[in-house]
Design a protein around this ligand. Structure first.
Ligand SMILES: [Mg+2]
Length: 298
């Protein structure tokens, strides 16, 4: 009975001494190798403590990507909803994201001021957000573009910016929403001139040169009978994702006394989910309605 055990022990010992001798012959010590010093070349990219960390992704060469995949102009709701699906997945998979904002081919993710996820290393935040987002984009593509195959893999660049106060964070998000408004107003008129008035892109561009927002609204209204304020909120305001408690009803087979065996019951569960909102974030109303988002500022 003991003999096989002793034989096994002997084999084990022989194997580990073989590994040890191989390590020694390679100049590798078990604890640290002589190559260990190269670690010191890694840059310290820890984000400043107590600051909001924002990761913004932007589609790489999406002008071409939109052309190749026949995106509708000026807005393709399938593409915008797919972006939001990816952002929701990022928020669910990664930790400490309190709010996200997206428009066009970009999305910004805001991490908690006190997050200590991956020791606040900027490169970890950025690469995890970008890779999770990009893989989700491919993964969910077919759910949104049923008749349009994905022709090549899309890419997203990322950047990390830290904001030291609630004011600077709110101003950052306001900046992105103002950008959404400016671009969407321009694109709405630009494409109306092309699609409805038959102008070439160059002619449409010339027509809009030097025009102010009021002029663009006027062209839309007088020439195309479009009231810009009635355009969909998602196009005009972009998409905001915040955590909200959502009730989910699932039908489950529950284990009950014998006479009720196999009964199915609807089970309601409440769960926090990233929920899309299409609203103004430049004014104070949104922040007053959702004080919990910035409450950490004490
Ligand atoms: Mg972009």
């Amino acid at each position: 009975m003991w003999a096989p055990c002793a034989a096994k022990l002997r084999d084990c010992w022989a194997a580990s001494s073989l590994i040890l001798s191989r390590c020694l012959s390679l100049g590798v010590s078990m604890a640290k190798s002589k190559f260990e010093y190269v670690r010191a070349f890694e840059a310290d990219d820890t984000c400043l403590p107590h600051c909001w960390v924002v990761v913004r992704l932007d589609g790489r060469n999406f002008h071409r990507f939109a052309e190749k995949h026949n995106f509708a102009k000026p807005n393709d709701s399938r593409a915008l909803h797919l972006m939001t699906k990816c952002a929701q997945r990022v928020m669910e998979e990664l930790e400490d994201i309190v709010i996200a904002y997206g428009q066009s081919d970009e999305y910004s993710f805001v991490f908690k001021r006190k997050s200590n996820w991956f020791k606040r290393r900027a490169s970890k935040f950025m690469t995890l957000v970008a890779s999770q987002f990009a893989s989700s984009y491919v993964f969910y593509w077919q759910d949104y573009f049923e008749d349009q195959p994905l022709l090549y893999p899309p890419g997203f660049d990322g950047r990390v910016v830290v904001y030291p106060s609630n004011k600077t964070l709110k101003d950052y998000l306001s900046w992105r929403q103002a950008d959404c408004h400016i671009n969407n107003l321009y694109n709405t008129v630009f494409w109306a001139l092309i699609q409805q008035s038959g102008l070439t892109p160059v002619q449409a561009q010339e027509r809009l040169q030097g025009t102010l927002a009021a002029d663009k609204n006027e062209i839309l209204f007088s020439q195309f009978n479009i009231n810009y304020n009635n355009e969909p909120l998602m196009y005009r305001k972009g998409t905001l994702l915040i955590w909200q408690e959502v009730c989910e009803v699932t039908v489950k087979e529950v284990k009950l006394p014998a006479e009720m065996k196999g009964e199915k019951m609807a089970v309601t569960k409440s769960r926090a989910k990233p929920v899309p909102l299409y609203c103004d974030i430049i004014g104070d109303a949104f922040w007053k309605e959702h004080p919990e988002i910035l409450e950490e500022d004490s």
